[in-house]
Design a protein around this ligand. Structure first.
Ligand SMILES: Nc1ncnc2c1ncn2[C@@H]1O[C@H](COP(=O)(O)OP(=O)(O)O)[C@@H](O)[C@H]1O
Ligand SMILES: N[C@@H](CCC(=O)OP(=O)(O)O)C(=O)O
Length: 391
Protein backbone atom coordinates (compact mmCIF):
# COMPACT_ATOMS: atom_id res chain seq x y z
CA UNK A 1 0.00 0.00 0.00
CA UNK A 2 1.33 3.42 -0.89
CA UNK A 3 -0.19 5.99 1.42
CA UNK A 4 1.02 9.48 2.18
CA UNK A 5 -0.25 12.19 4.45
CA UNK A 6 -3.77 13.30 3.62
CA UNK A 7 -4.04 15.61 0.60
CA UNK A 8 -7.02 17.52 -0.78
CA UNK A 9 -10.03 15.26 -0.25
CA UNK A 10 -10.93 14.95 -3.93
CA UNK A 11 -13.18 11.96 -3.40
CA UNK A 12 -14.65 12.81 0.00
CA UNK A 13 -15.95 16.16 -1.24
CA UNK A 14 -17.40 14.78 -4.47
CA UNK A 15 -21.18 14.63 -4.67
CA UNK A 16 -20.99 12.88 -8.02
CA UNK A 17 -18.28 10.30 -8.56
CA UNK A 18 -17.19 8.17 -11.53
CA UNK A 19 -15.39 4.91 -10.70
CA UNK A 20 -13.58 3.13 -13.54
CA UNK A 21 -12.36 -0.46 -13.23
CA UNK A 22 -9.99 -1.98 -15.78
CA UNK A 23 -10.16 -5.31 -17.62
CA UNK A 24 -7.31 -7.08 -15.86
CA UNK A 25 -8.84 -6.33 -12.46
CA UNK A 26 -12.43 -7.23 -13.34
CA UNK A 27 -11.46 -10.50 -15.01
CA UNK A 28 -8.62 -11.47 -12.69
CA UNK A 29 -6.00 -11.15 -15.44
CA UNK A 30 -8.35 -12.70 -18.01
CA UNK A 31 -9.31 -15.80 -16.00
CA UNK A 32 -12.99 -14.81 -15.90
CA UNK A 33 -15.00 -12.33 -13.86
CA UNK A 34 -13.63 -11.92 -10.35
CA UNK A 35 -17.02 -12.15 -8.63
CA UNK A 36 -15.58 -11.51 -5.20
CA UNK A 37 -13.89 -8.29 -6.35
CA UNK A 38 -17.07 -7.16 -8.13
CA UNK A 39 -19.01 -7.75 -4.89
CA UNK A 40 -16.53 -5.72 -2.90
CA UNK A 41 -16.66 -2.73 -5.24
CA UNK A 42 -20.46 -2.97 -5.40
CA UNK A 43 -20.64 -3.02 -1.60
CA UNK A 44 -18.41 0.06 -1.32
CA UNK A 45 -20.31 1.92 -4.05
CA UNK A 46 -23.57 1.02 -2.30
CA UNK A 47 -22.27 2.53 0.95
CA UNK A 48 -21.18 5.73 -0.78
CA UNK A 49 -24.55 5.84 -2.56
CA UNK A 50 -26.30 5.46 0.79
CA UNK A 51 -24.18 8.36 2.07
CA UNK A 52 -25.69 10.61 -0.63
CA UNK A 53 -23.16 10.41 -3.46
CA UNK A 54 -24.32 9.87 -7.03
CA UNK A 55 -22.22 7.04 -8.43
CA UNK A 56 -21.43 5.98 -12.01
CA UNK A 57 -19.37 2.87 -12.71
CA UNK A 58 -17.37 2.57 -15.95
CA UNK A 59 -16.34 -1.05 -16.26
CA UNK A 60 -14.07 -2.72 -18.80
CA UNK A 61 -13.81 -6.48 -19.14
CA UNK A 62 -16.33 -7.41 -21.84
CA UNK A 63 -13.70 -8.61 -24.32
CA UNK A 64 -11.61 -10.38 -21.67
CA UNK A 65 -14.68 -12.10 -20.20
CA UNK A 66 -15.91 -13.01 -23.69
CA UNK A 67 -12.53 -14.59 -24.45
CA UNK A 68 -12.72 -16.59 -21.22
CA UNK A 69 -16.30 -17.74 -21.98
CA UNK A 70 -15.39 -18.69 -25.56
CA UNK A 71 -12.23 -20.48 -24.44
CA UNK A 72 -9.92 -18.24 -26.44
CA UNK A 73 -6.45 -18.19 -24.85
CA UNK A 74 -5.19 -15.17 -26.80
CA UNK A 75 -6.79 -11.83 -27.61
CA UNK A 76 -7.74 -11.94 -31.30
CA UNK A 77 -6.61 -9.21 -33.68
CA UNK A 78 -9.59 -9.33 -36.04
CA UNK A 79 -12.17 -6.67 -35.26
CA UNK A 80 -15.17 -8.96 -35.83
CA UNK A 81 -13.75 -11.46 -33.30
CA UNK A 82 -13.15 -8.74 -30.71
CA UNK A 83 -16.70 -7.53 -31.29
CA UNK A 84 -18.08 -11.05 -30.91
CA UNK A 85 -16.10 -11.56 -27.69
CA UNK A 86 -17.39 -8.23 -26.34
CA UNK A 87 -20.99 -9.23 -27.09
CA UNK A 88 -20.57 -12.51 -25.19
CA UNK A 89 -18.61 -10.99 -22.32
CA UNK A 90 -20.81 -7.93 -21.74
CA UNK A 91 -23.62 -10.32 -20.72
CA UNK A 92 -21.51 -11.81 -17.96
CA UNK A 93 -20.22 -8.44 -16.86
CA UNK A 94 -23.62 -6.86 -16.48
CA UNK A 95 -25.11 -9.95 -14.79
CA UNK A 96 -22.32 -9.90 -12.21
CA UNK A 97 -22.87 -6.22 -11.43
CA UNK A 98 -26.64 -6.48 -11.38
CA UNK A 99 -26.51 -9.38 -8.92
CA UNK A 100 -23.90 -7.68 -6.72
CA UNK A 101 -25.81 -4.37 -6.50
CA UNK A 102 -29.18 -6.11 -6.02
CA UNK A 103 -27.84 -7.50 -2.73
CA UNK A 104 -27.74 -3.90 -1.53
CA UNK A 105 -31.16 -3.05 -2.98
CA UNK A 106 -29.65 -0.90 -5.73
CA UNK A 107 -30.87 -0.93 -9.31
CA UNK A 108 -28.33 -0.76 -12.11
CA UNK A 109 -28.59 0.32 -15.75
CA UNK A 110 -26.46 -0.70 -18.69
CA UNK A 111 -25.17 2.22 -20.77
CA UNK A 112 -23.17 1.36 -23.88
CA UNK A 113 -21.65 4.39 -25.59
CA UNK A 114 -19.62 5.02 -28.71
CA UNK A 115 -17.44 7.93 -29.60
CA UNK A 116 -20.06 8.95 -32.16
CA UNK A 117 -22.70 9.17 -29.43
CA UNK A 118 -20.56 11.76 -27.71
CA UNK A 119 -19.38 13.55 -30.89
CA UNK A 120 -22.90 14.25 -32.15
CA UNK A 121 -24.27 17.17 -30.15
CA UNK A 122 -27.86 15.89 -30.08
CA UNK A 123 -26.87 12.35 -29.01
CA UNK A 124 -24.43 13.82 -26.46
CA UNK A 125 -27.23 15.84 -24.87
CA UNK A 126 -29.48 12.75 -24.92
CA UNK A 127 -26.84 10.63 -23.21
CA UNK A 128 -26.39 13.34 -20.59
CA UNK A 129 -30.08 13.67 -19.83
CA UNK A 130 -30.48 9.88 -19.58
CA UNK A 131 -27.59 9.66 -17.13
CA UNK A 132 -28.96 12.54 -15.06
CA UNK A 133 -32.39 10.89 -15.02
CA UNK A 134 -30.92 7.59 -13.86
CA UNK A 135 -28.90 9.31 -11.15
CA UNK A 136 -32.01 11.16 -10.03
CA UNK A 137 -33.80 7.82 -9.75
CA UNK A 138 -31.06 6.44 -7.50
CA UNK A 139 -29.85 4.00 -10.16
CA UNK A 140 -26.15 3.18 -10.58
CA UNK A 141 -25.36 3.35 -14.34
CA UNK A 142 -22.77 0.81 -15.52
CA UNK A 143 -21.02 2.17 -18.59
CA UNK A 144 -18.88 0.50 -21.22
CA UNK A 145 -17.98 1.24 -24.82
CA UNK A 146 -20.42 -0.33 -27.27
CA UNK A 147 -17.61 -2.54 -28.61
CA UNK A 148 -19.90 -4.62 -30.82
CA UNK A 149 -20.72 -1.76 -33.18
CA UNK A 150 -17.57 0.35 -33.21
CA UNK A 151 -14.90 0.03 -35.87
CA UNK A 152 -11.17 0.58 -35.56
CA UNK A 153 -11.29 4.15 -36.79
CA UNK A 154 -13.87 5.35 -34.33
CA UNK A 155 -13.36 3.23 -31.22
CA UNK A 156 -12.11 4.82 -28.04
CA UNK A 157 -10.44 1.49 -27.23
CA UNK A 158 -9.56 2.20 -23.63
CA UNK A 159 -12.07 2.92 -20.95
CA UNK A 160 -9.89 5.50 -19.20
CA UNK A 161 -10.82 7.95 -21.96
CA UNK A 162 -14.45 6.84 -21.72
CA UNK A 163 -14.36 7.41 -17.93
CA UNK A 164 -13.09 10.96 -18.48
CA UNK A 165 -15.70 11.68 -21.13
CA UNK A 166 -18.41 10.47 -18.73
CA UNK A 167 -16.88 12.63 -15.97
CA UNK A 168 -17.11 15.64 -18.31
CA UNK A 169 -20.59 14.66 -19.47
CA UNK A 170 -22.12 14.56 -16.00
CA UNK A 171 -19.72 17.08 -14.42
CA UNK A 172 -18.57 14.66 -11.75
CA UNK A 173 -16.22 16.25 -9.22
CA UNK A 174 -13.93 13.23 -9.15
CA UNK A 175 -13.02 10.08 -11.05
CA UNK A 176 -11.36 7.09 -9.39
CA UNK A 177 -9.49 4.81 -11.79
CA UNK A 178 -9.01 1.40 -10.19
CA UNK A 179 -6.24 -0.66 -11.74
CA UNK A 180 -3.73 -3.40 -10.98
CA UNK A 181 -1.02 -1.01 -9.69
CA UNK A 182 -1.07 1.14 -6.57
CA UNK A 183 -0.94 4.24 -8.79
CA UNK A 184 1.42 6.07 -11.09
CA UNK A 185 5.16 5.42 -10.79
CA UNK A 186 8.06 7.32 -12.33
CA UNK A 187 8.31 4.37 -14.79
CA UNK A 188 6.41 1.13 -15.37
CA UNK A 189 7.10 -0.84 -12.14
CA UNK A 190 6.74 -4.10 -14.08
CA UNK A 191 9.85 -3.17 -16.02
CA UNK A 192 11.78 -0.88 -13.69
CA UNK A 193 12.23 -2.06 -10.08
CA UNK A 194 13.64 1.36 -9.12
CA UNK A 195 10.51 3.23 -10.19
CA UNK A 196 9.29 5.60 -7.47
CA UNK A 197 5.66 6.21 -6.52
CA UNK A 198 3.97 9.51 -7.40
CA UNK A 199 1.43 10.40 -4.71
CA UNK A 200 0.31 13.75 -6.05
CA UNK A 201 0.43 15.61 -9.33
CA UNK A 202 -1.40 18.16 -11.42
CA UNK A 203 -3.66 16.84 -14.14
CA UNK A 204 -2.26 18.00 -17.47
CA UNK A 205 1.38 18.18 -16.32
CA UNK A 206 3.36 16.93 -19.37
CA UNK A 207 6.01 15.43 -17.05
CA UNK A 208 3.46 12.80 -15.95
CA UNK A 209 2.89 11.74 -19.54
CA UNK A 210 6.60 11.12 -19.94
CA UNK A 211 6.56 8.71 -16.95
CA UNK A 212 3.50 6.75 -18.00
CA UNK A 213 3.90 3.78 -20.32
CA UNK A 214 1.57 1.39 -22.09
CA UNK A 215 -0.16 -1.62 -20.59
CA UNK A 216 2.18 -4.14 -19.01
CA UNK A 217 -0.35 -6.98 -19.29
CA UNK A 218 -1.94 -8.78 -22.23
CA UNK A 219 -5.42 -7.97 -20.87
CA UNK A 220 -5.36 -4.19 -20.22
CA UNK A 221 -5.37 -1.79 -23.13
CA UNK A 222 -4.21 1.72 -22.45
CA UNK A 223 -1.69 1.36 -19.63
CA UNK A 224 -0.84 4.38 -17.47
CA UNK A 225 -0.59 6.86 -20.34
CA UNK A 226 -4.31 6.74 -21.09
CA UNK A 227 -5.01 7.22 -17.36
CA UNK A 228 -2.82 10.31 -17.15
CA UNK A 229 -4.42 11.72 -20.33
CA UNK A 230 -7.85 10.85 -18.95
CA UNK A 231 -7.04 12.87 -15.80
CA UNK A 232 -6.23 15.84 -18.02
CA UNK A 233 -9.50 15.44 -19.86
CA UNK A 234 -11.50 15.05 -16.61
CA UNK A 235 -9.90 18.26 -15.34
CA UNK A 236 -11.57 20.18 -18.19
CA UNK A 237 -14.80 19.98 -16.22
CA UNK A 238 -13.05 20.43 -12.87
CA UNK A 239 -12.88 16.70 -12.09
CA UNK A 240 -9.98 15.46 -9.93
CA UNK A 241 -8.61 11.98 -10.66
CA UNK A 242 -7.29 9.31 -8.31
CA UNK A 243 -5.48 6.28 -9.76
CA UNK A 244 -5.43 3.49 -7.17
CA UNK A 245 -5.31 -0.25 -6.78
CA UNK A 246 -8.66 -2.00 -7.03
CA UNK A 247 -7.23 -4.70 -4.78
CA UNK A 248 -6.60 -2.32 -1.88
CA UNK A 249 -9.13 -3.26 0.82
CA UNK A 250 -12.02 -0.76 1.01
CA UNK A 251 -10.20 1.55 -1.35
CA UNK A 252 -13.28 3.61 -2.29
CA UNK A 253 -14.51 3.98 1.29
CA UNK A 254 -11.08 5.00 2.51
CA UNK A 255 -10.67 7.54 -0.29
CA UNK A 256 -14.09 8.92 0.57
CA UNK A 257 -12.99 9.17 4.21
CA UNK A 258 -10.15 11.45 3.07
CA UNK A 259 -7.32 8.93 3.17
CA UNK A 260 -4.60 9.40 0.57
CA UNK A 261 -4.34 6.17 -1.36
CA UNK A 262 -2.93 5.97 -4.85
CA UNK A 263 -1.97 8.87 -7.08
CA UNK A 264 -4.10 11.98 -6.93
CA UNK A 265 -4.03 14.16 -10.05
CA UNK A 266 -5.62 17.46 -9.19
CA UNK A 267 -7.66 19.51 -11.59
CA UNK A 268 -6.17 22.98 -11.80
CA UNK A 269 -6.96 23.66 -15.46
CA UNK A 270 -9.54 26.37 -16.13
CA UNK A 271 -12.99 24.77 -16.23
CA UNK A 272 -14.53 24.90 -19.69
CA UNK A 273 -18.20 25.34 -20.45
CA UNK A 274 -20.09 22.16 -21.41
CA UNK A 275 -20.24 23.26 -25.03
CA UNK A 276 -16.50 23.99 -25.20
CA UNK A 277 -15.79 20.61 -23.55
CA UNK A 278 -17.90 18.91 -26.15
CA UNK A 279 -15.80 20.60 -28.84
CA UNK A 280 -12.51 19.77 -27.11
CA UNK A 281 -13.51 16.14 -26.63
CA UNK A 282 -13.88 15.38 -30.33
CA UNK A 283 -11.35 12.64 -30.90
CA UNK A 284 -11.67 12.44 -34.65
CA UNK A 285 -12.10 15.63 -36.63
CA UNK A 286 -13.47 16.01 -40.14
CA UNK A 287 -10.56 18.06 -41.40
CA UNK A 288 -8.04 20.75 -40.61
CA UNK A 289 -7.10 24.20 -41.75
CA UNK A 290 -3.54 25.50 -41.56
CA UNK A 291 -3.23 29.08 -40.33
CA UNK A 292 -0.53 31.65 -41.01
CA UNK A 293 1.33 33.14 -38.05
CA UNK A 294 -0.93 36.18 -37.86
CA UNK A 295 -4.08 34.07 -37.63
CA UNK A 296 -2.51 31.87 -34.93
CA UNK A 297 -1.79 35.02 -32.92
CA UNK A 298 -5.28 36.40 -33.51
CA UNK A 299 -6.78 33.19 -32.13
CA UNK A 300 -4.43 32.37 -29.29
CA UNK A 301 -3.58 35.87 -28.05
CA UNK A 302 -6.45 38.00 -29.28
CA UNK A 303 -9.19 35.35 -28.79
CA UNK A 304 -10.58 36.47 -32.16
CA UNK A 305 -12.67 34.59 -34.70
CA UNK A 306 -10.89 32.87 -37.58
CA UNK A 307 -11.13 34.68 -40.92
CA UNK A 308 -10.54 33.04 -44.30
CA UNK A 309 -7.65 35.40 -45.03
CA UNK A 310 -5.54 33.66 -42.34
CA UNK A 311 -5.93 30.17 -43.81
CA UNK A 312 -3.18 28.86 -46.09
CA UNK A 313 -4.16 25.18 -46.54
CA UNK A 314 -7.20 22.93 -46.14
CA UNK A 315 -7.19 19.17 -45.53
CA UNK A 316 -10.12 16.76 -45.45
CA UNK A 317 -13.64 16.87 -46.77
CA UNK A 318 -15.96 18.60 -44.33
CA UNK A 319 -19.31 20.34 -44.49
CA UNK A 320 -20.54 23.57 -42.92
CA UNK A 321 -21.12 22.84 -39.21
CA UNK A 322 -18.47 20.10 -38.89
CA UNK A 323 -15.77 20.24 -36.21
CA UNK A 324 -12.43 21.13 -37.81
CA UNK A 325 -8.95 21.59 -36.30
CA UNK A 326 -6.95 24.81 -36.67
CA UNK A 327 -3.22 24.03 -36.88
CA UNK A 328 -0.17 26.24 -37.12
CA UNK A 329 2.42 25.86 -39.85
CA UNK A 330 4.17 23.11 -37.86
CA UNK A 331 0.94 21.09 -37.74
CA UNK A 332 0.37 21.76 -34.01
CA UNK A 333 -3.31 22.16 -33.17
CA UNK A 334 -4.07 25.49 -31.52
CA UNK A 335 -7.85 25.23 -31.51
CA UNK A 336 -10.87 23.63 -33.09
CA UNK A 337 -14.43 24.56 -33.74
CA UNK A 338 -17.51 24.50 -35.93
CA UNK A 339 -16.61 25.72 -39.41
CA UNK A 340 -19.00 27.95 -41.36
CA UNK A 341 -17.98 26.81 -44.87
CA UNK A 342 -17.49 23.41 -46.53
CA UNK A 343 -13.97 22.21 -47.41
CA UNK A 344 -14.57 23.00 -51.09
CA UNK A 345 -15.72 26.55 -50.31
CA UNK A 346 -12.93 27.08 -47.78
CA UNK A 347 -10.37 26.16 -50.46
CA UNK A 348 -11.87 28.85 -52.70
CA UNK A 349 -11.96 31.63 -50.10
CA UNK A 350 -8.73 30.93 -48.17
CA UNK A 351 -6.17 33.77 -48.21
CA UNK A 352 -9.01 36.15 -49.19
CA UNK A 353 -10.52 39.02 -47.17
CA UNK A 354 -14.11 38.46 -45.96
CA UNK A 355 -15.44 41.18 -48.29
CA UNK A 356 -14.52 38.98 -51.28
CA UNK A 357 -16.47 35.89 -50.09
CA UNK A 358 -19.74 36.93 -51.78
CA UNK A 359 -17.93 37.61 -55.08
CA UNK A 360 -16.13 34.27 -55.01
CA UNK A 361 -18.98 32.04 -53.79
CA UNK A 362 -21.97 34.01 -55.05
CA UNK A 363 -23.18 34.71 -51.49
CA UNK A 364 -21.77 35.05 -47.99
CA UNK A 365 -23.37 33.11 -45.11
CA UNK A 366 -20.94 34.36 -42.43
CA UNK A 367 -18.06 36.84 -42.45
CA UNK A 368 -15.99 34.51 -40.22
CA UNK A 369 -14.74 31.10 -41.23
CA UNK A 370 -15.05 30.01 -37.59
CA UNK A 371 -16.67 32.19 -34.95
CA UNK A 372 -14.84 32.45 -31.64
CA UNK A 373 -18.02 31.44 -29.75
CA UNK A 374 -17.96 28.14 -31.66
CA UNK A 375 -14.27 27.53 -31.04
CA UNK A 376 -12.18 26.09 -28.24
CA UNK A 377 -8.51 27.03 -27.88
CA UNK A 378 -6.23 24.16 -27.00
CA UNK A 379 -3.20 26.31 -26.33
CA UNK A 380 -2.26 29.90 -25.91
CA UNK A 381 0.83 31.40 -27.42
CA UNK A 382 2.74 30.78 -24.21
CA UNK A 383 1.75 27.15 -23.53
CA UNK A 384 2.43 25.29 -26.74
CA UNK A 385 2.48 21.90 -25.01
CA UNK A 386 -1.16 21.92 -23.98
CA UNK A 387 -2.53 20.95 -27.38
CA UNK A 388 -0.62 17.79 -28.11
CA UNK A 389 -1.87 15.75 -25.18
CA UNK A 390 -5.44 16.72 -25.90
CA UNK A 391 -5.51 14.47 -29.00
N1 LIG B 1 4.54 4.79 -14.94
C1 LIG B 1 3.72 3.74 -14.70
N2 LIG B 1 3.25 3.53 -13.43
C2 LIG B 1 2.44 2.47 -13.16
N3 LIG B 1 2.07 1.57 -14.10
C3 LIG B 1 2.48 1.73 -15.37
C4 LIG B 1 3.34 2.83 -15.72
N4 LIG B 1 3.60 2.75 -17.05
C5 LIG B 1 2.96 1.68 -17.52
N5 LIG B 1 2.28 1.03 -16.52
C6 LIG B 1 1.49 -0.18 -16.72
O1 LIG B 1 0.10 0.14 -16.78
C7 LIG B 1 -0.61 -1.00 -16.33
C8 LIG B 1 -2.05 -0.62 -16.00
O2 LIG B 1 -2.76 -0.30 -17.18
P1 LIG B 1 -3.70 -1.36 -17.92
O3 LIG B 1 -2.95 -2.65 -18.10
O4 LIG B 1 -4.25 -0.72 -19.13
O5 LIG B 1 -4.78 -1.62 -16.82
P2 LIG B 1 -6.36 -1.44 -16.77
O6 LIG B 1 -6.93 -2.66 -17.40
O7 LIG B 1 -6.62 -1.34 -15.29
O8 LIG B 1 -6.72 -0.18 -17.50
C9 LIG B 1 0.19 -1.49 -15.17
O9 LIG B 1 -0.03 -2.83 -14.88
C10 LIG B 1 1.63 -1.18 -15.59
O10 LIG B 1 2.31 -2.32 -16.09
N1 LIG C 1 -14.59 -1.92 -23.76
C1 LIG C 1 -13.51 -2.87 -23.54
C2 LIG C 1 -12.52 -2.23 -22.61
C3 LIG C 1 -11.23 -1.89 -23.24
C4 LIG C 1 -10.10 -2.06 -22.22
O1 LIG C 1 -9.43 -3.07 -22.23
O2 LIG C 1 -10.00 -1.07 -21.33
P1 LIG C 1 -9.00 -1.06 -20.05
O3 LIG C 1 -8.90 -2.41 -19.44
O4 LIG C 1 -9.69 -0.17 -19.14
O5 LIG C 1 -7.66 -0.57 -20.52
C5 LIG C 1 -14.06 -4.13 -22.83
O6 LIG C 1 -15.03 -4.05 -22.08
O7 LIG C 1 -13.45 -5.18 -23.03
Amino acid sequence: MAATQSTAPAVSHAKRLVVKVGSSLVTNEGKGIDVQAVEQWASQIAQLHAGGKQMVLVSSGAIAEGMARLGWPRRPNAMHELQAAAAVGQMGLIQAYEAAFARHGIRTAQILLTHEDLADRRRYLNARSTLYTLLGLGVVPIVNENDTVVTDEIRLGDNDTLGALVTNLIEAEAMVILTDQTGLFSADPRRDPDATFIALGQAGDPALEAMAGGSGSSIGTGGMLTKVLAAKRAANSGGHTVIASGREPNVLLRLAAGESIGTELRAILPVRSARKRWLANHLRLRGRVTLDAGAVRALTQGHRSLLAIGVVAVEGEFDRGDVVACVDQHGVECGRGLINYSAADTRRIMRQPSQRIADILGSMSDPELMHRDNMVLLRTQTSATAATAEQ
